[in-house]
Ligand binder design. Structure first.
Ligand code: FAD
Ligand code: SF4
Length: 515
């Protein structure tokens, strides 16, 4: 049995996004000397205005994990408190006085600061171990970055393929090329996507049901619906989601990666980010399963390469970037965007059909796929000029897979260009015509994607031209934006004024702007 507090050797801290059976935190654990420490800090859920599904996911998965650790015979101190993580840890350290705190690298800079500060303030040494869930350590990423003038995903991804011998044949990329993107990114025909495989969802067990009841009682005012909860909350369920994806969705992955369709939130995406980010599933396992499907002829190279690029490339890349750039990254605002987030982002109550669909999916399921996040909700905020921190707050709150190390570079960098081009080489700025091409959202919308002025002008299209006008000086010599900006020269002064006037109206109209 665990001795009383006075003789504890290691206090092993396990955070809500560290539910990893093979965590480095458990190396050399001695259950007769050490204790695992987990904490539901309710104050954290209230500080980030988390959606009901996101709160329920974390609480349920943490409680399942604690039960699993106890079943191994390991002592777990499980706390439920209203305070912040750092405060609770500090008072526990004062009480227990272990000889050392063991901690695997947290997923959020602020949490790392508060936990290490708690240890320092009580004078207990801490051993922060590298998170071997990831395939590229923070140090390896920093080394990669030091060798380059400019960071780009493609070079990093190739290095990762070579280093981990993924999709490599005799030292060459499988299929003779690194990237099969040109085979992907189709839109659906007018008849739509046809039958889409139903995703594997889980009936909440007793423990999850209790969590859902608790969330309904305590967080009733938080955004989103919880009745649809069906996410994996254990490693076994996560593995089932992976197997289901490999068998039923991977063969078509990528082909319609950028396509959107009313009433089809899941499409051929993997829905694995949730399990990966809680560490219920290791990226190495996911990559191995996808590669095996290709080797055994169960999925084509374009699909498998496209998927592996997301997991071995993007996911590792954004993590490296986050840790390299924090804490300053959070403060970046290259375009000096300062508008508040329109309030209907929390309800979906807008006549713009694309936004209504993307936000409804998000609030209903805690999920929307990448292009909905980047080219609908993200694009509108970019064009509108919303303060990037407010956009970040929204994404961190509403998605079940949101953890800051992955959410922040995607939101602030890729979608809002607030980092001035570190994450993306140019702003993802487009008119409503992009959305029309990639979806059926514009059918039945009261706006017209080809119009930039007038009462039926698509607000995306108006704000796109307004965006170019507002940032003309900045982008007119930009290697990847200059062509887009050059189109402004085709506008007469009267047209420019009409666009800016309409943009002003959009900003003042409830459901379009923040009025
Ligand atoms: P799939 O489309 O099936 O992709 C497979 C896997 O690749 C994902 O599960 C994910 O682990 C990884 N992946 C794909 N794209 C990215 C990317 N750009 N960055 C990092 N990993 C990637 N992803 C998160 O995991 N958490 C977030 O909080 C998050 N916030 C985002 C915010 C914005 C504004 C944008 C544009 C993207 C964000 N992403 C985030 C990236 C991406 O949209 C999600 O990973 C993806 O939509 C999750 O769904 P999926 O598991 O079905 O992914
Ligand atoms: Fe969205 Fe514009 Fe299309 Fe309406 S017309 S769905 S606002 S892109």
């Amino acid at each position: 049995m665990v001795p009383d507090g006075s003789s504890i050797r290691h206090l092993i801290v396990v955070l809500g996004d560290q539910l990893d059976r093979d965590s480095a935190a458990f190396d050399r654990i001695d259950p007769s000397l050490d204790r695992i420490w987990m904490c539901e800090a309710k104050g954290e859920a209230e500080q980030t205005w988390s959606s009901k599904q996101r709160i329920a996911l974390f609480l349920s998965a943490m409680r399942h994990f604690a039960a699993e650790l106890r079943a191994r015979g390991w002592p777990v101190d499980y706390h439920q408190t209203d305070g912040s993580l750092g405060d609770v840890l500090r008072s526990e350290l004062e009480r227990l006085r272990p000889t050392q705190v063991i901690l695997v690298e947290p997923g959020e800079w602020r949490v790392r600061e508060s936990l290490t500060a708690a240890c320092r303030s009580v004078g207990i040494p801490f051993d922060e171990r590298s998170d071997r869930h990831f395939l590229c350590s923070r140090e390896a990423f920093a080394q990669h970055a030091r060798r380059r003038k400019q960071l780009r995903l493609e070079y990093f991804y190739r290095e990762m393929r070579v280093r981990h011998r993924v999709l490599m044949v005799d030292g060459e990329p499988a299929g003779g090329q690194w990237n099969f993107d040109h085979d992907n990114r189709e839109s659906f025909p007018r008849s739509g996507p046809g039958p889409v495989p139903t995703p594997l969802r889980f009936e909440p067990d007793e423990l999850t049901q209790a969590v859902i009841a608790e969330v309904n009682a305590r967080y009733a005012r938080h955004p989103g619906r919880i009745e649809t909860f069906g996410w994996p909350v254990t490693a076994e369920q996560a593995r089932q989601v992976l197997d289901d994806f490999i068998a039923r969705r991977l063969p078509s992955f990528g082909r319609w990666q950028d396509a959107m369709w009313v009433g089809e939130p899941w499409l051929w995406h993997s829905h694995l980010a949730v399990a990966l980010n809680l560490k219920l599933l290791a990226p190495a396992t996911v990559i191995e399963a996808a590669e095996a499907a290709w080797l055994e002829g169960r999925a084509p190279i374009a699909a498998v390469e496209g998927f592996i690029r997301q997991v071995l490339g993007w996911r590792e890349y954004v993590r490296g970037l986050y840790w390299m750039k924090m804490p300053g990254y959070l403060e970046l605002n290259a375009l000096q965007a300062s508008e508040p987030l329109p309030p209907w982002y929390w309800s979906g109550d807008t006549p713009m059909r694309c936004l209504r669909e993307a936000i409804s999916d998000t609030l209903e399921l805690g999920y929307a796929h990448h292009i909905q996040r980047l080219m609908v909700t993200g694009l509108y905020a970019l064009l509108y000029g919303v303060d990037p921190k407010a956009v970040h707050g929204w994404y961190l709150s509403v998605y079940v897979d949101a953890v800051e190390w992955v959410e922040l570079p995607n939101t602030l960098g890729m979608s809002q260009f607030a980092d001035g081009g570190i994450m993306a080489s140019k702003p993802y700025a487009a008119t409503g015509k992009y959305i029309e091409r990639m979806s059926n959202y514009c059918e039945g919308c009261r706006f017209r994607p080809d119009r930039r002025t007038g009462p039926d002008a698509c607000p995306f299209t108006t704000l796109y031209w307004d965006f170019l006008i507002r940032h003309e000086d900045r982008f007119k010599t930009h290697p990847r934006m200059a062509l887009q900006v050059k189109n402004l020269t085709r506008l007469s002064e009267a047209e420019r004024q009409a666009i800016q006037q309409r943009a002003g109206e959009v900003r003042r109209t409830p459901g379009l702007g923040d009025a």
